[in-house]
Design a protein around this ligand. Structure first.
Ligand SMILES: Cc1ncc(C[n+]2csc(CCOP(=O)(O)OP(=O)(O)O)c2C)c(N)n1
Length: 530
């Protein structure tokens, strides 16, 4: 005879879940203990939102759902950010919270929130776990996270139900995914080859709907056919951004005006897994796009008239064709303008943003995983960090929620302990969750953090300027980055010298030590990049 909590722990362990992230309350202690007994580690964090973000990135990198566990009431309420982030950024996340038992007296309202109602709109599946349904709802919730578009599911469990004895777990029949039609892939490949044969300036735009497992195929196609390619930020690295046919990053990053002009100049836009959830303008609806999607986009959206196609079959079918034409760098002038914007020098006494990128890219190996927070620095890294390998760049772009960078770095490092990890954050975002540096040290997830210090919410300050508004409440008194890091037990330094930055980052990676580097920048320098 087992208990509901023990059954959940077993189901998670059997599904290959090795870590659950969270912050406990009294109502989840029994489940935590069962997880411990089942060999599932509990990664104790300092805010549920951070735990959810770390879990989602950890899960996506491991090809399984991340799992976050919180208490009821306030702990559960703190899940709105990671659940929304999972939904809009296609990251698989199962959240489990405690809840007041259904059979408590109606007058018992302490910490009682309508959690299912709150989270239903941003999740694919919500359910209350009971002793009767545990063997059904837990596998169902895990599976729904991994149905594309990836997203979140949400389960609640009362402390009373956790302890209920249950009979042995029943197996659940797994449903076979719907088979894709090979013929559709061949037809669509023929159609695209025909369109490309007539195009003078084709541009392939790869988005969040591409499975990184198809990176080798898509690289081969693009290279063999010498096709110009752009990507959205969240799939940076799916192609090597140092190759000649890479045009740039579309979706609201630095130099977005140049990128939008490039999109308009194309005579054939191919939206390969393109998901407009990353695009903050409306070109995705205004320009004609030839969509190649294998799953619906976020929100279940499929552009009108688009038939879904298996990407691997489609790419194999394309590779069986000869290149239908040759294109000689039709986006060369845009590529040059994009590059030129990064060169230059800025305000005195601070580091020019371009030098930060150059110094770090030269110092760190190509497998380095980069996470960013949200703000001007995200636009900088999103456009200019030269990603070379798949799944090495992580940002919140569908939701664009501050506080993502540090938590994502923890999840990434735990998932890929042998890859160096670099978190690039603003001083505003850093002060939202710098305390997780202590978590990183404690759980053995060392990474390098660069904090771009400009004592302002610079992206919002620039937006204020752009709207000709008075500067108002966007500057703050700096909190010393170095002292904050040191207070969390992490080494730190401040530098305005690119060589010193590169050397310090390289040394920390080689020694597998955490390091925080404060880099003074001027918010005004970003103006020239955007
Ligand atoms: C949780 C959350 N709150 C507010 C915002 C709006 N916002 C977007 S960027 C930004 C400024 C970020 O400042 P900082 O972290 O210092 O980065 P910087 O822009 O200076 O690079 C704000 C407030 C947001 N995206 N997410």
């Amino acid at each position: 005879m087992s208990t509901t909590a023990a059954a959940i722990a077993k189901l998670l362990a059997d599904a290959g879940i090795e870590r659950v992230f969270g912050l406990p309350g009294g109502e989840v202690l029994v489940l935590m203990d069962e997880l411990r007994r089942a060999g599932v580690d509990f990664v104790l964090m300092r805010h549920e939102a951070n735990a959810g973000i770390a879990a989602a990135v950890y899960g996506k990198l491991r090809g399984q759902p991340g799992v976050v566990l919180t208490t009821l009431g306030p702990g559960a309420a703190n899940l709105m950010l990671p659940l929304s982030s999972s939904y809009l950024d296609q990251e698989p996340l199962l959240a489990i919270s405690a809840q007041i038992p259904d059979d408590f007296p109606a007058s018992h309202t302490h910490q009682l929130l309508p959690l299912h109602d709150v989270y239903r709109p941003v999740t694919k599946y919500v359910a209350t776990i009971t002793g009767q349904n545990v063997s059904d709802v837990v596998p169902r919730a895990l599976a729904a996270c991994m149905e594309r578009p990836f997203g979140a599911t949400y389960l609640t469990l009362s402390a009373r139900e956790a302890l209920k004895p249950i009979a042995d777990l029943k197996g659940r029949a797994t449903e076979e995914p719907e088979a894709h039609r090979r013929e559709t892939a061949r037809e669509k490949a023929r159609e695209l080859a025909g369109l490309l044969g007539k195009a003078k300036r084709p541009l392939v735009v790869i988005g969040l709907g591409i499975n990184p497992a198809n990176a080798r195929r898509i690289r081969q196609w693009l290279n063999d056919w010498a096709l110009p390619v752009a990507v959205t930020p969240k799939v940076k690295g799916i192609v090597d951004e140092t190759t000649a046919n890479f045009v740039g990053v579309v979706g609201g990053m630095a130099a977005d005006d140049v990128m939008c002009e490039a999109l308009e100049a194309a005579d054939l836009l191919i939206g390969f897994g393109l998901d407009p959830v990353e695009v903050d303008k409306t070109w995705h609806a205004e320009l004609p796009i030839h969509w190649i999607l294998e799953a619906p986009n976020v929100g279940g959206l499929v552009p009108q008239g688009t038939e879904l196609v298996d990407h691997a079959q489609f790419l194999d079918a394309l590779l069986a064709h000869q290149p239908p034409s040759t294109w000689h760098a039709p986006f060369g002038p845009f590529q040059e303008r994009r590059r030129a914007r990064l060169n230059g020098s800025g305000a005195s006494g601070v580091m020019w943003p371009g030098d930060i990128i150059s110094a770090l890219a030269a110092a760190l190996p190509p497998e380095t995983i980069v996470t960013t927070d949200v703000g001007s620095h995200k636009y900088l890294f999103g456009q200019y960090w030269p990603s070379r390998q798949p799944e090495t760049f992580w940002m919140s772009n569908g939701l664009s929620g501050m506080g993502y960078g540090l938590s994502a770095a923890i999840g990434a490092k735990l998932a890929r302990p042998d890859s160096p990890v670099l978190a690039a954050v603003g001083d505003g975002g850093f002060s939202m969750n710098a305390q997780e540096l202590e978590t990183a040290e404690r759980v053995g997830a060392p990474f390098v953090t660069v904090v771009l210090e400009d004592s302002s919410y610079s992206l919002i300050k620039l937006s204020q300027e752009g709207k000709q508004l008075e500067p108002y409440r966007v500057d703050f008194t700096p909190i010393d980055t170095v002292k904050m890091a040191e207070a969390c037990g992490v080494d730190a330094l401040r530098t305005s010298n690119p060589d010193e930055l590169a050397a310090a980052a390289k040394r920390a990676v080689e020694r597998r030590r955490s390091l925080v580097i404060g880099i003074p920048v001027s918010y005004a320098d970003y103006r020239r990049l955007f």
